[in-house]
Write a protein that binds this ligand. Sequence first.
Ligand SMILES: Cc1cc2nc3c(=O)[nH]c(=O)nc-3n(C[C@H](O)[C@H](O)[C@H](O)COP(=O)(O)OP(=O)(O)OC[C@H]3O[C@@H](n4cnc5c(N)ncnc54)[C@H](O)[C@@H]3O)c2cc1C
Length: 386
Amino acid sequence: MTGRELEEFRAEVREWCRAHVPSDWRQTQTGASDAEFVRFQQDWFQQLRAAGYAVPHWPVEYGGGMPVAEQIVLYQELAAHDAPRLVLAFVAVHHAAATLLAAGTEEQRRRHLPAILDGEIWVQGFSEPGAGSDLAALRTTARRAGDEYVVTGQKVWASGAQYADWCLLLARTDPNAPKRQGISYFLLDMRTPGVEVRPIRQATGESHFCEIFLDEVRIPADRLVGAENTGWRVAQQTLGAERGLTMLELAERLGNAGFRWLAEACAPIDDPVVADRLATLEIELTGLRALCRDLVERHAAATAGPADASIVKLYYSELLQRLTDFGAEVGGMAAQTVVRKPMSGGWESGAWVLDFVGSWEWTIPGGTSEIQRTIIAERGLGLPRA
Ligand SMILES: Cc1cc2nc3c(=O)[nH]c(=O)nc-3n(C[C@H](O)[C@H](O)[C@H](O)COP(=O)(O)OP(=O)(O)OC[C@H]3O[C@@H](n4cnc5c(N)ncnc54)[C@H](O)[C@@H]3O)c2cc1C
């Protein structure tokens, strides 16, 4: 792809954004009800789909096939035009799709990928009260009974479970095998009898995630992904989906809206200490965006190192904390008292105290910062195992 073709594509996306990004979404999504949030997200998803921008990373036969260089431009322009985020479809278009494409049957792919494009919502049901960093310690069990599995247990921190139609579920099928070898991977219809979802109220007042209780839940055997007891390997495909493009999108949003809110909070910049910290953050954001572009390109070329994604995730999450912390510091009284922020956005809304509290979510999921540092040390630098 030539530079000229890429610039033509950028102009096309810019024009589309000017015509389609709702200018008032931050106002209409502040204080929106759950139903309004879901409707808005579904509608935005369909607009992106009609333009060919909803699943650019999927294979061409399922509606994707966009070259990587264009995907980078697409996410840069969506962020530059402060487009709403696809919050609700996130697990479906990234985690569920990556898993089904890598390990699902043809039948499972045909059943779910078109349905995801029509708006099917997914949740990831991996973590449990005693299994987070040590995910392989999970205790939810699945017992084979004829052509079904009967599942009992509890999941926790399941983002968006209250809206989900389907769940990516890990459960133990062989209690006697070494712990990584006795786990299986299921597609669970969230409307199956015995599934109970309880939202968890957070410090910000939102309920981003939920507990899921499973009581003798029956899952047809053809909803197993991969062979029985190979779920650990399949789960690596799901976790791998968090790399690359998802980080690029978040970094671009932090570098655009996030930095704009921050510069506004600092204005007028007549204090050299404030100017210095703002400049440092801008330099760090430039570094982060370059790191993300590099990661996406190396993923596409299959040349990414084993710790590259960990480096990006660690740097993004800690920079997000530094930036929102500084916003809360310079934003004056308003930064402490505005306690409403729009749904459909990210962790950068200009409601600084909420953004700062929310930023701590990022050093935990997808592997905590301690786990990322261990990966960087052992797999990236080749240091001896702890
Ligand atoms: C915003 C958010 C969204 C999430 N969404 C989902 C979701 O959709 N689906 C899902 O399944 N899960 C989800 N999670 C759960 C997330 O994956 C776990 O919280 C995470 O893996 C950490 O597990 P834990 O909470 O049990 O903490 P623990 O594993 O108990 O860790 C507690 C502390 O001990 C440290 N620690 C643990 N083990 C080690 C070690 N070996 N070396 C050094 N330090 C260690 C950790 O770094 C941490 O500081 C989400 C979590 C958050 C915060």
